[in-house]
Design a protein around this ligand. Structure first.
Ligand SMILES: NC(=O)c1ccc[n+]([C@@H]2O[C@H](COP(=O)([O-])OP(=O)(O)OC[C@H]3O[C@@H](n4cnc5c(N)ncnc54)[C@H](O)[C@@H]3O)[C@@H](O)[C@H]2O)c1
Length: 320
């Protein structure tokens, strides 16, 4: 039986990789909406979705999730079974420059989708949340931890959207999973993220922007592991509201990340030292107990293998 998916933000990094995976199954029809938000180049996003364009089960619409009327039309037209809501203003640092835009897109945009979804028989609504909701914390980040101390407008917008997800689940019975992604990397990665930027700068002999003393830690997670976690969440139906971490459970320092990139590129980096910007947390560290129990999620790709795969994609795409 044909299953129909709405993927919002599907021209982005995670969305375009997810769509490729969904289209492997000819029983899946994928409708992608994206407004080519100016956070990074439209060209990169067109390149992301061009991979899926010739599949007859794929359709793309240039729609803003703040455009309620267009959203309503698209829901009416397709009667979606699954909604994977990835569209967002991404990026912690730039959320200080445009906090209102972040609140609008990440909170009101999510609310628009939930409010339309309540009138349809949706089998699962997946919301892309973030490790940033944990704020400044030590040790493992577990889903049951008390939140309430977001240190960036981006983090605050994700907590707020998670709250609306709960409200719509409890009142309208929409089955919802909020997935808290931990620093995702891999082919088609956003150009603003450290791994992309550092790789480009090392190749081009430019100084990499290096924040603090290199001791900040991130639980970098390879895109294929995130995609397999999203697919398991789509299929999970034991309970109808969950918040689940998708990470790697293996944080590494910024200095360590640079060393791995240098080894893979066979070149030394040079640095432009900078102060740690507002909003950057000292560490992230995913507790995956719940993901493993509910989704059988076990990350497969360690950082060395992941970086090797990323770099070979990066060179192939940008330095042929
Ligand atoms: N990449 C990560 O490390 C990471 C970590 C935690 C959470 N997330 C979340 O996962 C989701 C996907 O992230 P990504 O890295 O693929 O980012 P991305 O920027 O590559 O993708 C997001 C997409 O949403 C689109 N978009 C933005 N505003 C829109 C609007 N108003 N209407 C329609 N489309 C809009 C953008 O054009 C973009 O293509 C986001 O919600 C992000 O906050 C990502």
């Amino acid at each position: 039986m044909l299953k129909t998916y709405l993927v919002t933000g599907g021209a982005g990094f995670i969305g375009s990789n997810l769509i490729q995976e969904l289209l492997q199954d000819s029983n899946n029809k994928v409708i992608c909406i994206d407004n080519f938000d100016s956070y990074y180049s439209k060209e990169v996003k067109l390149n992301n979705i061009n991979r899926s364009r010739d599949n007859i089960n794929f359709e793309f619409y240039d729609i803003d999730i703040l455009d309620l009327l267009s959203l309503k039309e698209i829901f009416k037209k397709y009667n979606f079974n699954y909604i994977i809501h990835l569209a967002a203003k991404a990026g912690v640092r730039s959320s200080f420059e445009n906090p209102l835009d972040y609140a609008q897109v990440n909170v009101l945009g999510t609310l628009n989708l939930l409010d339309i979804a309540k009138d349809y028989n949706i089998k699962k609504f997946i919301f892309a949340s973030s490790s940033s909701v944990y704020g400044v914390n030590k040790g493992l980040f577990s889903e049951g931890m008390k939140l309430g101390k977001p240190i960036s407008p981006y983090a605050a917008s994700k907590i707020s959207a998670e709250n609306f997800c709960y409200t719509y689940n409890i009142n309208y019975n929409i089955p919802i999973i909020c997935l808290r992604f931990f620093t995702v990397y891999g082919p088609y990665q956003r150009p603003d993220l450290a791994i992309s930027k550092f790789t480009k700068f090392i190749i081009e002999n430019k100084k990499i922007p290096f924040y603090g003393n290199g001791e900040t830690k991130r639980d970098y997670t390879y895109i294929d592991d995130i995609i397999s976690g999203i697919i398991s969440s789509i299929n999970y139906d034991t309970t109808n509201f969950e918040i689940i971490n998708l990470g790697s459970n293996n944080p590494i320092t910024l200095s360590n990340l640079v060393e791995i990139l240098e080894q893979n590129l066979g070149k030394k980096a040079s640095f432009e030292k900078m102060k740690i910007p507002n909003g950057d947390v000292p560490s992230t560290f995913a507790d995956l107990t719940k993901a493993e129990k509910l989704l059988n999620y076990k990350p497969q790709i360690n950082i060395s293998t992941g970086i090797e795969k990323f770099i070979s994609w990066f060179k192939e795409n940008y330095y042929k």
